[in-house]
Design a protein around this ligand. Structure first.
Ligand code: ATP
Length: 684
């Protein structure tokens, strides 16, 4: 088995290194080659800021507040967001008092940090702390510039190396890498009369999934098609495990996936939880459970608060201090206080993590030093949205317990492999076969691998969905979920016209509308360079892989007309989403719809995975004589697209181009022709 693991990690390490290099090269090509002022126009930098305040945050980090050079001026429009990794630098890397070389506008990053807040007038960046001290000669004017973030790749590489090096392996590893079958409790873990469930609203498939997950010794999968209450089920699994005195590490690939669980688990009385991760990246609703808040406000945190205050007071004195000797003395004092602060804080952190039965973090965050230092022992690792994480990423968490529970849906989009996306628009035959295989290997998730290996023995599918009208989910159920997915009675026939303030019209009484552009000459085109996003005032920079992205002006106009009709019927703009598989079309749609209806959400299909809206309009874009459909041929993307709508789905597409080759699309268009309210552009 060790040989198999060594082979597995070797291949994956190579692939992850490639992916990491690809991402860094791409972002450097975009960011490093441009002058800061140019980057600022593109939204990737803020130039000539003043440091207006410094205080101490978690991990002894210094929170630097930066504002526009002219006091009270707003910051220029920016795409910098909380959680971004940024470099802080002075123009030309000059030191205070020295003249900057006017010609050299390229800054050299001198400090790196994480953005914790961006408002109209200021940006706050957490710097230093465990990552190093702030240099004494730190200048008060600087540029903030977005940096490539390869932290997750580094952590995956570390985890894969650790996986190879393990001496005493849990049975889980044997199950995953050799031919040993997974084991389950022979006895019923929750009584047949169902009295053992905490949540009495669970449906039969959810109960079956909980039983499977609790009874597993090594691994169990919860397969949750769209809207089937996967999170609901995971919460019950965690409660059951906690009631059996197990310690649980709960992870997801994104902050949103983790915070969704934090919010729900946080409501359960008597279940101590803690959310690890940078406060800047945690959703407001989950912040109260963050390690940062708990160390700050708990009784045990009292110890830390005193030193924090002293540190902040000392830091505040530095900018006012003119003499360099005095300044230096204050810096020495800061260094000492910071050491003391870290020692005390480590104790509180240890206490908080150790006292929590459930610890939550992103997969990447599971590599947190706080966990490693705490030597936390977990009995079970639960990974939600596991089909959106690369296997290597799952191993960061999976190394920390002998039992693993994965939840996800392999019929929706897999993790994004950026080096593959960049090639997506090129013809298939141009891609090197080997690279194609590598990407496919990276795209194969741990969930998928285990499901293929053991099938239903380890996997339980949730079969009742609580989102879509029955007509909206039908094709997905029949083609992708063996016809087993059923709509709960509460949603099976719900319509927009049932909503308050919505009048009954042809649109609001139809769960499915299909506007077929075939023969209308509404052809696709490639993106011209002058589409701007008027909401930010910035010209949008084309994303990677967009080099050949497609748009369709005719479809965009039909989309706007359909939005007009829904809103005229009383549907709230905030209940409508407009989605398209192509980024160029998304930009075009934003430029046409945003000013008129700012609350209508407009985005890519990929970006909308995991979300839902009452009404969804899908613009498929492709319309050409050659019947080329590019990445619409990925059934998982189409599945995500059509399963976002609760009461109304309007598909705008050219059936002659889109419905011809791909079996899933063929089935979808057959269903649309039979069951949807069918319209042609001249009737809209
Ligand atoms: N047993 C149930 N009875 C009634 N409603 C339920 C039940 N299970 C889930 N739901 C409802 O279904 C909706 C989806 O649940 P949840 O958010 O847990 O699903 P999910 O599968 O995680 O979602 P997604 O499809 O986005 O992954 C929620 O509104 C939830 O209240």
């Amino acid at each position: 088995m060790d040989g198999t693991i060594a082979e597995f990690t070797k291949t994956h390490l190579e692939l992850i290194e490639n992916e990491r290099n690809f991402e860094i090269e791409q972002s450097q090509a975009l960011i490093s080659g441009l002058l800061p002022t140019h980057l600022q126009r593109l939204g990737f930098a803020l130039v000539g800021l003043r440091v207006t305040n410094t205080r101490t945050g978690l991990g002894g980090k210094t929170m630097m507040t930066l504002e526009a050079a002219v006091m009270g001026d707003p910051l220029p429009p920016t795409s910098l967001r909380s959680g971004d990794i940024v470099g802080l630098c002075a123009p030309g890397g000059h030191k205070p008092g020295k003249q900057a070389d006017k010609k050299d506008q390229r800054p050299t990053a001198q400090l790196s940090g994480v953005v914790t807040l961006v408002s109209e007038s200021k940006i706050v960046v957490a710097v230093g702390g465990d990552d190093g001290e702030i240099p004494e000669d730190w200048h008060e004017r600087c540029t903030v510039k977005k940096l490539a973030n390869d932290t997750t790749y580094k952590r995956i590489i570390h985890a894969l190396k650790d996986l190879t090096a393990i001496k005493e392996r849990p049975a889980l590893h044997t199950v995953l890498f050799s031919n040993i079958d997974p084991r389950f409790e022979a006895e019923t873990v929750i009584a047949d009369d169902d009295t053992g469930f905490f949540d009495s609203s669970l449906n039969e498939s959810q109960k079956a999934a909980v039983r499977l997950a609790v009874s597993a010794h090594d691994i169990a999968l919860i397969h949750g098609p769209p809207g089937t209450g996967k999170t609901h089920t995971i919460v019950e699994v965690i409660r059951q495990l906690a009631a059996r005195n197990q310690r649980i590490l709960v992870c997801g690939p994104s902050n949103v996936s983790v915070d969704n669980l934090v919010e729900r688990l946080g409501r359960i009385r008597g279940l101590p939880i803690v959310r690890l991760g940078h406060p800047a990246r945690i959703l407001p609703a989950a912040v109260a459970h963050s390690l940062d808040s708990q160390t700050k406000y708990s009784d045990a945190g009292e110890l830390v608060r005193d030193v924090r205050k002293e540190l902040d007071d000392t830091l505040a004195k530095i900018p006012k201090c003119k003499r360099s000797a005095e300044r230096r003395a204050l810096y020495d004092q800061v260094r000492e206080l910071r050491k003391e602060y870290r020692v005390r804080e480590a104790k509180v952190v240890d206490h908080t993590i150790g006292g929590s039965r459930v610890v939550l973090a992103t997969l990447s965050g599971a590599a947190s030093r706080d966990l490693a230092k705490n030597k936390s022992k977990f009995d079970v690792v639960v990974i939600d949205e596991a089909t959106q994480a690369m296997e290597g990423e799952c191993w960061i968490a999976a190394l920390q317990a002998p039992k693993l529970i994965l939840a996800g849906d392999h019929q929706q989009l897999p993790p994004t492999i950026k080096s593959m996306d960049a090639r997506e628009t090129k013809p298939k035959e141009d891609r090197e076969k080997e690279q194609q295989q590598s990407c496919e290997l990276l795209e194969t998730t741990l969930f998928e691998r285990v499901r293929t290996k053991f099938g239903d023995t380890v996997c339980c599918m949730l079969t009742t969905q609580y989102r879509m009208h029955a007509d909206i989910m039908r094709v997905s159920s029949e083609r992708l979920y063996d016809g087993r997915l059923v709509a709960d009675v509460s949603v099976a026939a719900h319509l927009l016209s049932d909503l308050e303030h919505v009048t009954a019209t042809d649109d609001t009484e139809s769960p499915l509308v299909f506007i077929d552009t075939a023969g209308s000459e509404m052809r696709e085109s490639a993106e011209s360079s002058d589409i701007s996003d008027t909401s930010t005032g910035n010209r949008q920079v084309k994303q990677l892989g967009d080099t050949d992205s497609k748009l369709n002006k005719g479809e965009a106009e039909l989309t706007l007309l359909h939005v007009d009709r829904l809103i005229a019927a009383g549907v709230l703009a905030a209940d409508i989403a407009v989605i398209s598989p192509y980024n160029s079309q998304v930009r075009l749609l934003k430029s046409m719809i945003r000013d008129k209806y700012p609350e209508v959400e407009i985005g890519s299909v990929d970006g909308f995975q995991g979300r839902e809206k009452e009404a969804v309009i899908l613009s498929m874009v492709r319309s050409n004589g050659a019947k080329e459909i590019g990445f619409l041929s990925d059934f998982r993307r189409i599945n995500v697209a059509i399963t976002r709508a609760r009461r109304h789905l309007c598909v705008i597409a050219d059936s002659e181009t889109v419905s011809v080759r791909d079996p899933f699309l063929k089935a979808l268009f057959k269903h649309l022709e039979q069951s949807a309210d069918l319209r042609y552009p001249d009737q809209v």
